[in-house]
Design a protein around this ligand. Structure first.
Ligand SMILES: Nc1nc2c(ncn2[C@@H]2O[C@H](COP(=O)(O)OP(=O)(O)OP(=O)(O)O)[C@@H](O)[C@H]2O)c(=O)[nH]1
Ligand SMILES: [Mg+2]
Length: 252
């Protein structure tokens, strides 16, 4: 029997390059990209893409925000992503966090912790793609130079691809970063080949938010306050909004 395509989820901040990576892997423009500050991809979309001779479902998702300034508020984006993560019947083989380099942002580490540690309970392999590195002398130096900082923040990815997700402007017959772009595509394909789990993991809703549900029902206890505070910190929401988010997530 033919193996079912594996589900690969791209997530990360608005403008990080998620849709550009889908286009890079597809070899053509299938996902809309934008350079506006407010976010471009309004909801998730699934693309069937062949990688290493095998079909994969790659999910492009709504961008996360550092604050509440984007088109999609952060709490709605988190709910949407959680619905996708828990709703995939065939489970998930790999989540890929996309962040824009070369400078690491505190918000990126928080998003990693929220999705990998809290929502996926560290059960699914999680890789990191760092985009925007086309100006580096050697893109592959970026991770060894920055690894310690990520580890300090608890970000320990299953594989890292330091890339450019754009070939840049056309000059003469070629794009300025054509070579870097082609090398980047191969790196991302390698990441997926190496780290997508052949046995996908199904994220169980009940188990996932049991802690939050229980603590929200027992209003006022110390544990509840701690869970909501953690969610507020990771999602950059106020305590009040995080409490509503926790209830929305546990009610789904
Ligand atoms: N210089 C540079 N620009 C990039 C890179 N990747 C993406 N871009 C540009 O950044 C902008 C945003 O890219 P998108 O792919 O739309 O980002 P996204 O993560 O899908 O954004 P949302 O849909 O808003 O969440 C576009 O103008 C891209 O061309 C990169 O590696 N280097
Ligand atoms: Mg997008």
């Amino acid at each position: 029997m033919a193996q079912k395509p594996m589900n690969i989820i791209l997530f990360g901040e608005t403008g990080a390059g998620k849709s550009s990576i889908v286009n890079m892997l597809s070899g053509k423009t299938v996902a809309k990209t934008s350079n506006t500050a407010n976010g471009c991809t309004p909801r998730w979309s699934c693309y069937r893409i062949s990688i290493g001779g095998k079909a994969h479902y790659v999910y492009d998702t709504v961008g996360l925000n550092e604050g509440d300034g984007g088109t999609i508020p952060n709490d709605d984006a988190i709910v949407q992503l959680y619905q996708l993560l828990t709703g995939l019947e065939d489970g998930i083989s790999l989540i890929i966090f996309v962040m824009r380099g070369p400078r690491m942002k505190d918000a990126s580490c928080k998003n990693w912790t929220l999705f990998h540690d809290m929502l996926c309970q560290q059960r699914v392999n999680a890789s990191l793609i760092v985009t925007g590195l086309e100006q580096e002398d050697n893109m592959d130096d970026w991770w060894p130079e920055n690894k310690a900082t990520f580890h300090k923040h608890g970000v320990r990815p299953h594989g890292v691809a330091a890339i450019t997700a754009t070939p840049g402007k056309r000059r003469g017959g070629r794009c300025v970063f054509q070579d870097e772009f082609e090398a980047s595509k191969a790196k991302v394909e390698g990441l997926i080949n190496d780290y997508a789990m052949p046995e996908p993991y199904h994220i169980d809703k009940a188990e996932l938010f049991k802690e939050v549900t229980e603590t929200c029902c027992n209003g006022g206890n110390k544990n509840k306050a701690e869970v909501v505070r953690r969610l507020a910190n990771l999602s950059n929401l106020s305590y009040e909004k995080a409490e509503i988010l926790a209830i929305r997530l546990s009610d789904m």
